[in-house]
Design a protein around this ligand. Structure first.
Ligand SMILES: Nc1nc2c(c(=O)[nH]1)N[C@H]1C(S)=C(S)[C@@H](COP(=O)(O)O)O[C@H]1N2
Ligand SMILES: [Mo]
Length: 409
């Protein structure tokens, strides 16, 4: 199938979706097949596995706009999450259905010497391409497991993925436009828009220092090929170490401003309590909040799924991933006795501090029965996963030590 055909399918799928919506029916993509239902261990359980364009069947959290999660068995395939398995999250239902790369323009405006309107070729011509492997994780990943339960999408653990991004440093683009004195923040928006005029646009802001730092980049390739349509084709902002909310998809407009941006998705949503633990007592409201920032240290077992059966006295290799906000992983440990004793896992290849770090551990279950396998990571600066993450009203940045319940038979 040619790239053009692929785009047409995407177009048809989404047009079909919107006309069905208009008729008051449930949005269901043309090529979607609900293959099976994956049961989650939380109240809002039972996720349909649905295949969207360029995607394998993924767990559908919501249909319009699409929010799809990666089943954990797919995260076990490789340290770089395959493009067709990468999770998808949008906020606004008017998502683009087809994009003409020949006429695509990225605007850079506001407090700059020279406003720019760049074609994709123009963007690529600004400097040497760079590559970085980095984790994209939604702020609300795992919210569905949090208690007390809070408003918002009930996410499982699969709104996370790791990819090799190729693009141009954001600072190169900003320097080309010439940031003027008095710049305070830079805002970013993409091609998606609200259905109703009263719904705020999805615009995010970075402080000027972060925007001009080395890591943030405008990427046009993901794992060596085009970014899948639903992950932000043709270009996407990558902010290594920071939650996915800043990683604007279908990036179309960059504006340098002299104040702190007041839009809804910075001032009202995606905020955490403004203190060291980013937490408050359960069920209470913080006095002061700030925009969410960097990822916290986390780890998962990917080689065994909850409820899986394994044989007693047969050695197996446990495998999984660990990541943090950019210091890198110092160690990963596994416990089979509820956290009393911990065994040190072997870390895999280091693809950089913003990447998933693979870990493995030889393990022989010696007794029959239920086992809760726990995994715990420690970052290079000593940050360690807590048994229970401190609470915040949106259950963002959840990073409790995970337990995978299995059955030894
Ligand atoms: N244009 C646009 N970019 C966006 C969003 C969006 O709604 N629109 N959502 C953000 C959020 S909250 C997340 S978690 C990531 C998800 O990236 P993905 O869909 O490529 O996995 O995209 C971010 N970028
Ligand atoms: Mo997100």
């Amino acid at each position: 199938m040619s790239a053009g055909d692929e785009k047409n399918i995407i177009r048809r799928v989404f047009l079909q979706g919107s006309s069905l919506m208009a008729a008051g029916l449930v949005f269901k993509p043309l090529r979607s097949q609900a293959t099976e239902v994956q049961d989650e261990n939380f109240a809002n359980s039972g996720r349909e596995l649905v295949a969207y364009p360029q995607k394998r069947p993924l767990k559908r959290i919501s249909a319009r706009p699409p929010h799809l999660e990666t089943p954990f068995a797919l995260l076990n395939e490789s340290v770089l999450t395959p493009n067709d398995a990468f999770f998808v999250r949008y906020h606004l239902a008017n998502i683009p259905t087809s994009i003409d790369v020949d006429s695509y323009q990225l605007q850079i405006k506001g407090l700059v010497e020279k406003p720019l309107s760049l074609s994709l070729a123009g963007l690529k011509a600004l400097g040497e391409p760079v590559e970085i492997v980095a984790v994209n994780q939604c702020s609300g990943n795992s919210r569905g497991y949090g208690l007390p339960r809070v408003f918002g999408a009930q996410l499982g653990n699969g709104s996370v993925g790791n990819a090799r991004w190729t693009g141009i440093p954001l600072k190169t683009v900003l320097k080309h436009a010439g940031v003027r004195a008095g710049a305070r923040q830079v805002t970013f928006r993409g091609l998606d828009s609200p259905v109703l005029p009263t719904t705020p646009a999805f615009v995010k802001a970075l402080d000027i220092d972060l925007a001009l730092s080395d890591e943030p980049m405008i990427a046009w390739a993901m794992n060596g090929t085009d970014i899948p349509f639903l992950n932000g084709y043709p270009i996407k902002l990558i902010v290594p170490g920071y939650f996915g909310t800043y990683w604007i998809k279908h990036l179309s407009e960059i504006e340098v401003i002299d104040h702190v941006f007041e839009g809804f998705f910075m001032q009202k949503a995606y905020r955490v309590p403004d203190n060291d633990c980013q937490c408050v007592a359960e069920g209470t409201v913080p006095d002061k909040t700030r925009p969410i920032g960097k990822l916290k240290v986390r780890s998962f077992i990917t080689s065994l799924q909850p409820g899986e059966k394994i044989r007693v006295n047969e050695p197996i290799v446990l495998k999984g991933i660990a990541f943090d906000g950019g210091h890198g992983i110092r160690s990963v440990e596994v416990s089979e006795d509820g956290g009393k004793n911990w065994q040190l896992a072997t870390l895999g290849e280091n693809l950089g501090n913003y990447s998933f770090r693979e870990w493995t551990l030889q393990w022989k279950p010696r007794e029959k029965g239920k086992v809760g396998l726990k995994v715990r990571a420690t970052g290079a600066k000593g940050e360690q996963q807590p048994a229970k993450a401190p609470w915040n009203p949106s259950i963002y940045a959840k990073n409790d030590i995970e337990t995978t319940p299995i059955m030894v038979v």
